[in-house]
Design a protein around this ligand. Structure first.
Ligand code: NAP
Length: 482
């Protein structure tokens, strides 16, 4: 069977230079999902030039008409829902139900921002002067570069593309090399929905090679990046040299605080769900469970028993809870941190190994792993692992738990499990994180409210919800005497 080739998309043309890289299934590395075209610095320059050329017409098209294209894109994706979800499971490894949830979310995001086309409001306030009418309108910022990670390969491109487009910007999208197909499907749907040429350009290929070209492309006005702190911080420094607007969403080390008064079973379920679903490869995953002393032993036992029931395997199979790590490098990172954890905290209470029985040997499967009695100074309590590894930590009481929870450089998401309303509000006001959940898993956010973190996890305006418009538009203020 011929291997499908997924070309780059520049100035409305599908471009195949003939130089390809493989997109392999992390659950079965014998299976190549497709070939992607290796983009070059020249492709990035051509994409940025095409975006600059397309900008005047796109930004002058009325916003409801731009919204209509997003609605149509959503419809096209909806029609291909099963195929797009299956593609995602095959390229990224998350289970099919999780992939379906993500594709549904991408569709909803397109519809939500499509609706913004009819709402894109500015500001209108009374003047202190007689017969002066003053208002501010939103204008696009221009050509924006979008750089996305592999872990939400459809939702993250969607939550950057949709607000960028509705505000009238044009785009160069660079997806993650480990999972470019889901973003490609989105671009394919935009193309079929009638997006004018040059408005969105897609260039796959190594971030290391393409990143510099993107940041230096003369028409570029802004970059929105989601990924690791290391790359985000580098991009920030480069972007500052050219005074590009920048938005960074990066790593986390998210805590779930479990208090003695919590609904015990729900707290166990929420913690295991947030730590291990999507193989712990969510930026909002729980990697530290900080548990009040009074229930610590019982909670630890219950988490271990619940973890034992998780089924690991190819996410295309029914009944699987946890798929593989996205690639070998990610698996090796996880296994390296497990060894660090062994040295710091002793043998894990469960897990700790790569799984190689039968067909699992063809993939990058790591057992969900629980370390107990982890203390705040340990590496596994401080550094992002981005895999199925949970550190369980003991806290004397609520105050101690809050101190430990905040004692890290990251501030993405955090959760508390408690029935005490006062503690909930203490947590809401004092927790140093951008996304909080109460009696829910720390992961699992919706698109209608702002998304993003604080401290070293994030920089710049928030994504999603109405806040997304603030990054992708500029106010122009008008004073008018009549
Ligand atoms: P990554 O290695 O930083 O890669 C992210 C993107 O940046 C990829 O498209 C990558 O391309 C590209 N890239 C690599 N080097 C670059 C460079 N020099 N210039 C410009 N772009 C470059 O991150 P990842 O491994 O894909 O994703 C995992 C990380 O993302 C975790 O830290 C996770 O916490 C974070 N994340 C954060 C959020 C959030 O909202 N806060 C959400 C999801 C994930 P290649 O793939 O070609 O290398």
């Amino acid at each position: 069977m011929d291997m499908p080739v997924f070309p780059n998309y520049i100035d409305g043309q599908w471009i195949d230079s003939g130089s390809h890289f493989e997109n392999r299934n992390p659950a079965d590395t014998d299976h190549v999902v497709g070939l992607f075209v290796k983009g070059t610095a020249g492709d990035i320059q051509a994409a940025a030039a095409a975006a600059a050329q397309a900008l005047p017409a796109w930004s002058n098209l009325n916003a409801p008409a731009r919204g209509a294209i997003l609605y149509k894109t959503a419809e096209i994706l909806d029609r291909r829902f099963d195929q797009v979800a299956a593609d995602m499971t095959r390229e990224e490894g998350k289970t099919l139900p999780e992939a379906k949830g993500e594709v549904r979310r991408a569709i909803n995001i397109l519809r939500y921002f499509g609706g913004e086309g009819s709402r894109l409001n500015g500001l209108l306030v009374p003047s202190e002067r007689d017969r002066v009418h003053m208002f501010a309108i939103r204008k696009p910022i221009g050509v924006v570069g979008l750089v996305t990670p592999w872990n939400f390969p459809s939702a993250i491109p969607a939550w950057k593309l949709a607000p960028a487009l509705i505000c009238g910007n044009t785009v160069v999208l660079k997806p993650a090399s480990a999972a470019p197909l889901s973003a490609w499907r989105l671009v394919e749907a935009l193309h079929e929905a009638g997006l004018p040429k040059g408005v969105v350009n897609f260039v796959a290929g190594s971030g290391g090679e393409l990143g510099q070209a993107l940041v230096e492309a003369p028409p570029l006005k802004a970059i929105s990046f989601t990924g690791s702190c290391q790359i985000g911080n580098w991009l920030h420094a480069e972007a500052s040299k050219r005074r590009l607007r920048i938005q960074l969403e990066m790593g986390g080390k998210n805590p779930t605080i479990v208090l003695a008064d919590a609904d015990f079973n729900a707290a166990v379920e929420n913690t295991v769900n947030a730590a291990f679903f999507s193989t712990g490869q969510k930026c909002t995953a729980t990697s530290r469970a900080i548990v009040e002393d009074a229930i610590y032993d019982r909670f630890l036992d219950a988490v271990v028993e619940r973890t034992r029931k998780l089924k690991i395997g190819d996410g295309m199979q029914p009944g699987i809870d946890i798929g593989p790590c996205v690639d070998e490098a990610q698996m090796d990172t996880v296994l390296r941190y497990i060894e660090i954890g062994r040295a710091e905290a002793g043998a894990p209470k469960i897990g700790g190994h790569r799984l190689t029985d039968g067909d699992l040997a063809k993939g990058f499967f790591v057992e969900p792993t629980v370390f107990a009695d982890v203390t705040p100074e340990m590496t596994i309590a401080r550094e992002e692992i981005f895999g199925p590894v949970l550190a369980v930590m003991r806290a004397r009481d609520f105050e101690d738990a809050m101190r430990v929870a905040n004692d890290i450089p990251f501030g993405l998401s955090a959760s508390i499990q408690t029935t005490n309303l006062s503690r909930v509000f203490e947590f809401v006001y004092r927790m140093e994180a951008g996304l909080l959940t109460v009696n829910l898993p720390s992961a699992g956010v919706e698109y209608q409210l702002p998304f993003g973190g604080t401290k070293e996890s994030s920089f710049g305006p928030k994504e999603q919800g109405p806040a997304a418009l603030d990054f992708y538009s500029d106010y122009k203020t008008v004073y008018l005497k009549y």
